[in-house]
Design a protein around this ligand. Structure first.
Ligand SMILES: Cc1cc2nc3c(=O)[nH]c(=O)nc-3n(C[C@H](O)[C@H](O)[C@H](O)COP(=O)(O)OP(=O)(O)OC[C@H]3O[C@@H](n4cnc5c(N)ncnc54)[C@H](O)[C@@H]3O)c2cc1C
Length: 388
């Protein structure tokens, strides 16, 4: 498969790379190493720049006002946008705009007015509430939050855990069991406002991530009108599936982008650092680490672009997206670890972005479906569903 970039793709990649290096990285020099936000004035200024670049709202389908950029090009740009200290969880501090919860593109007109469009305008923020204390790998079976019909409303009771950003969100998507069916066929997706009586963020859960805290949610007799059901009753999973696979591509691309930047740092460093009377670059143990990094980067990048290409062509890309997510997150972790080793003591400091990437990269093997679940998805697609 040939991944020669088109002239336009190369131009966009160069433009975003320049933007990250000249606009984002210098700001980080003056921020706390764990910062998750930039100054609002800088944010507005940079958003104007990304709008002028024609790239604001990347990921938003063109029919909803996003730029007409295919998944392959978006992936190439995601590699670039992650290449700074906060790049894994805050690529470019969101100055390219957020696509919001992809599931909302399937919403009714009324739901789009109330939830989707305000998100696209940057007026509202949301959360995605799937995982429960009973488990997240197999949420179809694990979900214990119950939805019971009461006239035109539904009454929800239960709990969610590890939900990112629910403490400052305006609304979210909440999955609840609405039938006796104990599989994913009995689950419905509800749009829930965080100021509805009965919605409580019980605690903020601190993880390896520097920002974007996860939360634990308690839902007590939360009354939701039936108009807030997203998609069809008991088919909450069906609407999410294709979009969930799609998320795995940019998720992998973020890991790969960080690995690319870490590798660049390593190559620069080994050419200037001397030990035992010679440069690190001359030591075979170091050379092999650089080579192993490159193998990790190129293989994961290749699969990630293959998944993106299949998505662009309308082909089934679930296996490739799962493989990209697994490879990107695992290879990214190995690369950052090796680059820390190459940097010695400096690799352990917060002066360099490596320690933040190291912590946050570890989450990537769990978030958006752990590596084991990605293997399960691939096995299901390769062997067939009846063995699972
Ligand atoms: C920082 C952070 C942010 C998160 N944000 C969100 C969010 O916004 N919304 C949301 O809904 N969730 C979120 N999650 C939850 C995340 O999606 C889950 O943690 C993940 O899906 C795994 O679920 P679990 O933690 O319950 O692990 P479990 O399901 O209990 O699994 C435990 C381990 O067993 C492995 N395992 C499971 N089944 C098998 C099997 N069949 N064979 C082999 N191994 C298996 C898993 O891979 C995992 O390693 C977040 C998690 C973190 C850490």
């Amino acid at each position: 498969m040939d991944y020669q970039l088109t002239e336009e793709q190369q131009m966009l990649v160069d433009m975003v790379r320049r933007f990250v290096r000249t606009e984002i990285c210098p700001l980080e020099d003056n921020l706390d190493p764990d910062a998750g936000e930039i100054d609002p004035e800088d944010s507005e200024r940079l958003k104007e720049m990304t709008k002028k670049m024609g790239l604001y709202g990347l990921g938003i389908p063109p029919e909803f006002g996003g730029p007409d950029v295919d998944v392959t090009t978006q992936t190439l740009l995601s590699f670039e946008m992650a290449q700074h200290r906060a790049g894994l969880y805050n690529p470019c501090y969101n100055v390219f705009g957020g696509a919001g919860l992809a599931q909302l593109y399937e919403a009714t007109d009324m739901q789009k007015e109330k939830y989707l469009y305000p998100v696209l305008r940057g007026e509202k923020t949301s959360f995605f509430g799937l995982t429960e204390p009973s488990g997240g790998s197999d949420p179809g079976r694990a979900i214990q939050t119950r939805g019971v019909q009461d006239g035109d409303d539904w009454i929800l009771n239960g709990a969610k855990i590890f939900i990112s950003g629910a403490d400052h969100a305006d609304f979210g998507i909440l999955f609840a069991r609405t039938s006796e069916d104990k599989t994913r066929n009995g689950v419905t997706c509800f749009l829930v406002d965080t100021d509805m009586p009965g919605f409580h963020v019980r605690r903020v859960v601190h993880t390896l991530r520097s920002t974007k805290y996860a939360t634990e949610i308690q839902i007590e007799n939360l009354r939701v009108p039936k108009e807030n059901i997203l998609g069809e009753l008991n088919k909450g999973f069906a609407i999410a599936n294709d979009r969930l696979s799609r998320y795995r591509i940019p998720y992998a691309a973020g890991c790969i982008g960080v690995a690319m930047k870490a590798q660049e740092m390593a190559i620069d460093y080994v050419k200037i650092r001397e030990t035992f009377g010679g440069l690190l670059a001359s030591r075979q143990a170091i050379q092999w680490m650089i080579v192993d990094n490159e193998i990790d980067i190129r293989t994961s990048r290749h699969v990630c672009l293959e998944a993106a290409g299949r998505a662009d062509r309308g082909d089934d890309f679930r296996t490739e997206a799962a493989m990209a997510k697994l490879l990107g997150s695992e290879a990214g972790g190995r690369v950052v670890d090796r680059v820390m080793q190459i940097h010695g003591g400096y690799g352990m400091t917060k002066d360099l972005p490596l320690e933040r990437w190291y912590r946050e990269m570890r989450i990537r093997r769990i978030g958006e479906g752990p590596s084991e679940v990605q293997r399960l998805v691939m096995a299901r697609n390769l062997i067939g569903g009846s063995f699972h």
